[in-house]
Design a protein around this ligand. Structure first.
Ligand code: ADP
Ligand code: ZN
Ligand code: ZN
Length: 724
């Protein structure tokens, strides 16, 4: 006898509780996890709709109290059904519970009161706005200027956008309505469909659009590989326009950090009030309201970070993932899903087109494109008139050291900053300190100490030992460099704050701003810094990787990269890939407008291929080289990789459990590495150990994971993460 756990009514409260039902013989074939059922519920046995979230053989209560499932509806596929089936996919592919999977795909529903839709409209013409804008900007009234600027290109913006993402206070809006420049009106009466596409597309862009529209029926995802500033967004807009005209909807994923109001305004300008957006700092009520709007058809384009993928559109025509290589598309909590893979599944289910866009695609996507699984489209030129790619140069910091310069700035970078300041242009200094800074390198020759078995950099621990966090290999910290015997060998790392101080000391005349996790804590932390910098409130912006992501500052002509090698040292097989991506993005920030841009990359390892190809801005050549390494060591995308992370407050129990699990996983056709300490071996009083399992047979890996998930060890919790 089989029993099913059924949840009733997909709403936040009901998800907490499931009810057991008997699966009658007649439905046995069709009853699957995730499938919708009709069940008698409550005293009156009224039929209600539910979903099966688990199937088992043991009754949890007295068997004669368990009712039968009444029916499995055959048609009647609602949007919830589609999403629940997507949850089934998440569970199968990434492990974890059906409950977690459902919570991921189904929006928490709250009662939301309907708010009147309001827009702010300008009552004067664009020229008048332009001159008012200049006045306010000159007076340094930044909120006023920001608000006016939004009206230069268009005559209306949603009230919610102004008060929300743009961070404009009500008194500022009232100020302009009182003096007759702007007005706030209720938009119920007349819909605003947007102004459509404003710029004529280039031939390259047109060709991409044509192919997407013509070939989307084939069901293959498109990889739009276009250099920074080549006009990928314009391609998305054009395709969305077509999709909307067919009565369908579109989802556009944009990494949180690039989801600025400027980006939203660009979509709004095109598609007017059919555009909605969500982001992680949004109030729960606003988010629910937006999702309700998507469900009711009030909006047809949803823009947001990875969770927007689960927008309940009923006839989805397109999914776009911009900057598809971004790490933020990988969920950090269970289920640890990859948005691109889930998008492929959702697009398939709803027969929607899928576009992955990037200037530096993930090695995986480019590999799939080369294999013909994805269709490759390319944009090779910067779209804006007069804008060209920046000139990139590598500075060998070993030579700086040899010539007696121990400063963190090379002579070339110092000169370039001075030059940039004298021209009243802006500079950005990117401190590449992604990941963990525990790797050891030589300042004289650039050598990085790596594991002889895994080709992954060793991590230095406080004990003074260096360790491989893939296989556990250990060695003491050498006193001199094994390659050149220099004694300048040490762990790498400096913070942004320190750089900011250096800059202030070296260039006392410059106004410096800093952007990192510390300075962007507040609700609109990074918006505030980014708009201040774009308004020219500082000459130099110092920051971590968040400054290199997709921002469009016309006046930035210099990008300095400090410690470019840092991300080469992260203890991951994808270190070179991450480095190339960061450097290419950094290079893409300079010279976006009419002034030519300059990029200076400071490094101890100028000969490394990731740096060489970043400087040449030659992604395809990088890819070829990177694939040789992935093939040699059996890393994704060539082989599948499963990471098992074990957590425990008891060190001994943890290492016993992991050793035991390692034995279980060992079998023909797979390689098991570890157990080894995670590169973060001890956080929040918890020890962490990892096992890596590699195999060219992905199906086998999946079965192994499912098997491993059934093991439980006392006081040890396990997390699984598959990369393919
Ligand atoms: P990407 O998304 O590839 O980085 P964007 O779509 O943001 O590039 O375009 C970069 C800049 O070029 C934007 O300011 C955009 O308005 C402009 N642009 C895009 N396409 C065209 C075009 N066909 N003609 C003129 N300008 C364009
Ligand atoms: Zn050395
Ligand atoms: Zn190793």
């Amino acid at each position: 006898m089989l029993f099913a756990d059924v949840i009733i009514d997909i709403s936040a409260s009901a998800l907490d509780r499931s009810f057991q039902y008997r699966i009658p013989e007649s439905l046995k074939e069709r009853a699957k996890v995730g499938c919708p059922v009709r069940i008698p519920f409550g005293k009156g046995n009224r039929l209600r709709k539910g979903y099966i979230i688990g199937i088992g053989e043991t009754p949890k209560i007295s068997e004669n109290l368990i009712k039968d499932i009444a029916d499995i509806p055959e048609r009647d596929i609602s949007i919830e059904d589609t999403l629940v089936s997507l949850a089934g996919f998440l569970r199968e592919r990434y492990g974890g519970t059906m409950y977690d999977a459902l919570r991921t795909v189904l929006p928490v529903r709250k009662k939301t009161e309907k708010r009147p839709k309001r827009v702010i409209r300008r009552k004067v013409d664009g020229e008048r706005i332009q001159s008012l804008y200049q006045e306010e900007a000159a007076k340094k009234h930044k909120a006023k200027a920001r608000l006016l600027e939004a009206f230069i290109g268009q005559d209306r913006i949603p009230y919610e956008l102004a008060s929300g993402r743009m961070n404009i206070a009500k008194p500022t809006i009232d100020y302009f309505t009182a003096n007759g420049i702007l007005e706030v009106v209720s938009e119920e009466k007349e819909a605003y469909p947007g102004d459509g596409l404003l710029v004529p597309l280039s031939d390259e862009q047109k060709e991409c659009v044509r192919r997407i529209l013509e070939e989307r029926g084939e069901g293959k995802p498109f990889l739009l590989f276009g250099i920074t500033g080549s006009g990928k967004t314009e391609v998305y807009l054009k395709v969305i326009e077509q999709v909307l005209s067919e009565g369908k909807q579109a989802i556009v994923l944009i990494p949180e950090i690039a989801l600025t109001y400027q980006t939203l305004l660009r979509f709004y300008r095109c598609f007017g009030d059919r555009v909605g957006y969500i982001h992680s700092k949004m109030a729960e009520g606003d988010r629910c309201r937006m999702i309700e709007k998507a469900k009711s058809g009030e909006i047809s384009v949803m823009i947001g970070p990875r969770s927007a993928l689960f927008t309940p559109f009923s006839s989805l025509g397109l999914i776009v993932i911009d900057e598809e290589q971004e790490q933020s598309y990988h969920s950090e909590s269970s289920p640890k899903y990859y948005a691109d893979e889930v998008a492929v599944k959702r697009a398939e289910d709803s027969k929607a087109a899928l576009i992955l866009g990037s200037a530096t695609p993930s090695v995986k996507s480019y590999y799939l494109a080369k294999q013909g699984v994805y269709k490759l489209l390319t944009l090779t030129k910067r779209a804006k008139e007069g804008a060209s790619l920046a000139e990139v140069s590598l500075v060998d910091m070993r030579k700086e050291l040899a010539s007696g310069n121990r400063s963190i700035f090379s002579k070339a970078l110092k000169d370039a900053i001075t030059d940039c300041l004298s021209k009243k242009q802006q500079a950005m200094l990117f401190l590449n300190r992604r990941g963990y800074s525990g790797f050891v390198s030589c300042r004289n020759c650039g050598e990085v100490i790596k594991c002889p078995h895994c080709d992954i950099s060793l991590t230095l621990h406080r004990s003074g030992k260096m360790q491989c966090h893939y296989c556990g290999f250990e060695q003491p910290l050498p006193k001199t460099c094994p390659a050149c015997e220099s004694k300048y060998i040490a762990a790498f790392g400096t913070g942004t704050q320190k750089i900011e101080e250096f800059v202030a000391k070296e260039f006392p005349q410059a106004r410096v701003m800093r952007m990192d996790a510390d300075t962007t804590k507040g609700k609109d932390g990074y918006e505030t810094i980014l708009s201040a910098f774009s308004e020219g409130k500082a000459d130099i912006l110092v920051g971590t990787q968040m400054i290199v992501k997709g921002h469009d500052f016309g006046n930035v002509t210099l990008m300095g990269v400090l410690m470019a090698d840092m991300s080469l040292g992260i203890s991951e097989y994808s270190a070179a890939e991450r480095t190339l991506q960061l450097l290419a993005q950094a290079a893409g920030r300079a010279g976006r407008d009419r002034y030519p841009g300059k990029v200076i990359i400071q490094t101890y390892r100028p000969e490394h291929y990731a740096l060489q190809y970043a400087a040449k801005q030659d992604y395809p050549a990088f890819f070829e080289e990177e694939m040789r390494y992935r093939k040699l060591f059996g890393y994704p995308p060539v082989w599948g990789l499963l990471k098992v992370l074990g957590l425990s407050t008891d060190e001994k129990k943890l290492s016993d459990a992991m050793t035991q699990l390692g034995e279980v996983l060992k079998q023909d056709g797979v390689t098991v590495l570890g157990p080894a300490p995670d590169y973060l071996r001890y956080i929040k009083d918890t020890y962490r150990e990892v096992l890596f399992v590699k195999s060219p047979d992905r199906e086998l890996l999946r079965r192994l994971r499912e098997n491993a998930e059934t093991y439980s060890f006392e006081d040890v919790s396990l997390q699984f993460e598959s990369s393919e």
